[in-house]
Design a binder for this molecule. Structure first.
Ligand SMILES: Nc1ncnc2c1ncn2[C@@H]1O[C@H](COP(=O)(O)OP(=O)(O)OP(=O)(O)O)[C@@H](O)[C@H]1O
Length: 573
């Protein structure tokens, strides 16, 4: 609830209107049976003037009630919508401020559910809250007093009815709270299964996995159905139970009054009014029960939203501008362990890379190449040791300066839906076509971009599926080089390019980005054979570092990788 307070404060005018209109609505609701009673008594006594006069009041009261209700709905909706919109925006902004490791910890689908489904729950409860939160207690207390005033002899019937209703409602709320928590978890599971399946649809189709995927999805979906059905059963039992109790109370009142109706004809008017108040009490209790069950569900959602908002970024940056720093890189006894792992992925890694030179990194799969590159871009911080960029510990660099210095291109870099130019301008906002052409030439992308009818304004579809794997890599490299970074990391970023294109990219990099330090992670030694230094990683440790020729003489692992690849190439040719 603490989470919502600042938002309510922001919409305080609407909050006040919602509250005030409820008071008007409750007053009109409570006073109508009283007036009806007066009208009926006047009818019984044949007092035409009072019937007309009080009848008019009754009509006015009904209109007032309607106005109160409409105003309340409008302002409650305004508060709910405003709070949900702002909360969603803040949540999204906060997720953006989190470190890569924090986002990985929550997982993407989990965060999507929190930003959509959980926010919707909160929106609904805020709406219902402002419609009901003052209405229920006022209506309950008011109707109770007026019912007792109307027929004081019936106090025991009312008391009995309330005890039964509160007991049943309490039991139901307790049960349903548990089921609501389960629902949220099950929605998340359904989302994860659907997301994984649809994102990997190519794999699913090519391995004819549709049946097993359908089975996986229906399992997750059935669990959600089961728990939702349980909630439905409770609601199904609750309503008849409430009405049965209220009708029993009404029945006894009618029975008692019926005994005396001939001697006291005005009891007929009183019983009508009394029944209305009983129904209002019942309405208040039922709505209170509903509100509590929905609130319990919304509080779970609110807790999940609060959990994200209260997660402080595990990585903070010093303040400062986006002035790039020099392009030399140093690792000093760096050891790194992934959160939750017990073994380090990088162990005591040290090396120096001069600005403007090229470092190639090779090693078996899983040896830690990507992890090492991620530390340069500060996606993670080392457990011990120091990573320096431009002679400064990366933890001492402002985020903007680091991002302006290091460009990181992955094997499967995400291109955002929009246009090619839009993707490039995310990195270099003022990039003109000539500038984009320059970058695309380096990445060997200009040839296919310029064949597109809209060239740089060509659309990029979701997950860039309108481009081939090789074209996506070229576009990602274009985006990586467009800001002429001081350090460029190519993490298997040319794996989908043919040998000739890869060679052309490297030549262009050497020619046009002379002062850029390049770190190239590659499976094939041919991709990094001309690097100033090649670092051989083995199981997270530096096995050797030097030029191709030097390593061929001194490093057994490098020799093995080279010989294996050479034999394979010769076998193929
Ligand atoms: N986010 C992560 N959380 C936990 N462990 C991870 C994570 N990412 C990678 N690892 C583990 O760290 C080790 C090194 O992974 P890394 O991706 O750095 O290797 P790599 O040499 O780049 O491999 P490849 O050549 O296959 O891309 C692997 O054992 C991997 O399972």
């Amino acid at each position: 609830m603490k989470v919502l307070m600042p938002y309510f404060h922001r919409y305080r005018r609407d909050v006040w209107w919602a509250m005030l209109s409820v008071i008007v609505l409750v007053f009109a609701t409570l006073w109508q049976p009283r007036l009806l009673q007066t009208v009926m008594e006047a009818i019984i006594k044949n007092d035409q003037q009072t019937v007309f006069q009080q009848g008019l009041f009754l009509l006015g009261l009904a209109v007032l009630g309607i106005i109160g209700g409409v105003v309340n709905t409008i302002y409650s909706a305004r508060v709910a919508l405003g709070v949900a919109t702002d909360l969603r925006a803040d949540l999204y902004a906060h997720v953006q401020s989190l470190a890569y490791a924090d986002v990985e910890k929550f997982s993407a689908s989990n965060l999507v559910v929190r930003m959509t489904n959980d926010i919707n729950q909160v929106q609904q409860i805020v709406m219902a809250g402002f419609q009901q939160i003052t209405r229920i207690p006022l209506l309950f207390i008011g109707a109770l007093i007026l019912a007792l005033v109307t027929m004081p002899q019936q106090w025991w019937g009312i008391l009995l009815m309330m005890i039964v209703i509160v007991l049943v409602a309490g039991l139901a709320v307790q049960r349903m709270t548990k089921y609501f928590a389960q629902t949220q978890q099950d929605i998340e599971n359904v989302n994860t299964v659907a997301r994984e399946n649809l994102m990997g649809i190519r794999v699913v189709k090519s391995f004819v996995q549709e049946t097993s995927e359908i089975h996986k999805f229906s399992q997750a979906s059935d669990e959600l159905t089961n728990v939702t059905a349980k909630i439905g059963y409770w609601f199904a039992i609750l309503m008849p139970a409430f009405f049965l109790t209220a009708n029993l109370a009404v029945g006894t009142a009618v029975y008692i009054v019926g005994q005396n109706i001939t001697t006291h004809p005005t009891y007929l008017a009183a019983i009508t009014s009394f029944i209305s108040y009983l129904m209002q009490i019942l309405f208040a209790v039922i709505n209170g029960g509903f509100l509590m069950t929905f609130a319990s569900r919304a509080f779970i959602s609110l807790g999940r939203i609060g959990e994200v908002l209260e997660t402080a970024p595990s990585m903070t940056y010093v303040a400062g501008d986006d002035q790039p720093v020099a392009g030399d890189v140093q690792f000093e006894h760096v050891t790194f362990t992934y959160p939750g792992d017990d073994q380090p992925t990088l162990k005591d890694v040290s090396f120096t890379l001069k600005a403007g030179t090229m470092l190639g990194i090779v090693g078996a799969t899983g040896s830690g190449k990507t992890t090492l590159a991620q530390l340069i871009a500060r996606l993670y911080d080392p457990g011990s040791g120091v990573v320096k960029v431009g002679g400064v510990d990366v933890r001492q660099l402002p985020e903007k300066a680091l991002r302006a210095t290091v460009a990181y291109v992955l094997q499967r870099s995400t291109l955002f839906s929009g246009t090619i130019a839009g993707n490039l301008r995310q990195v270099q906002p003022d990039a003109q076509t000539s500038h984009m052409q320059w970058a695309a030439n380096i990445a060997q992308a200009s040839e296919f971009i310029e064949r597109l009818p809209q060239t740089y304004d060509a659309p990029v579809e979701e997950r860039s599926q309108n481009f081939s794997g090789g074209q996506q890599q070229r576009l990602a490299i274009t985006r990586g080089v467009i800001a002429n970074p001081k350090i460029l990391i190519l993490d298997d970023a040319t794996s989908a390019l043919d040998a000739r294109s890869e060679k052309l990219v490297q030549e262009a990099l050497n020619r046009d980005l002379k002062t850029t330090t390049t770190v190239v992670i590659a499976e094939k030694i041919s991709s990094i054979i001309n690097a100033d230094q090649i670092l051989v990683l083995e199981d997270g440790q530096v096995s050797g570092i030097g030029t191709h020729q030097a390593l061929l003489k001194t490093n057994a692992i490098y020799q093995t990788i080279y010989q294996t690849q050479k034999a394979r190439e010769e076998g193929l040719s």
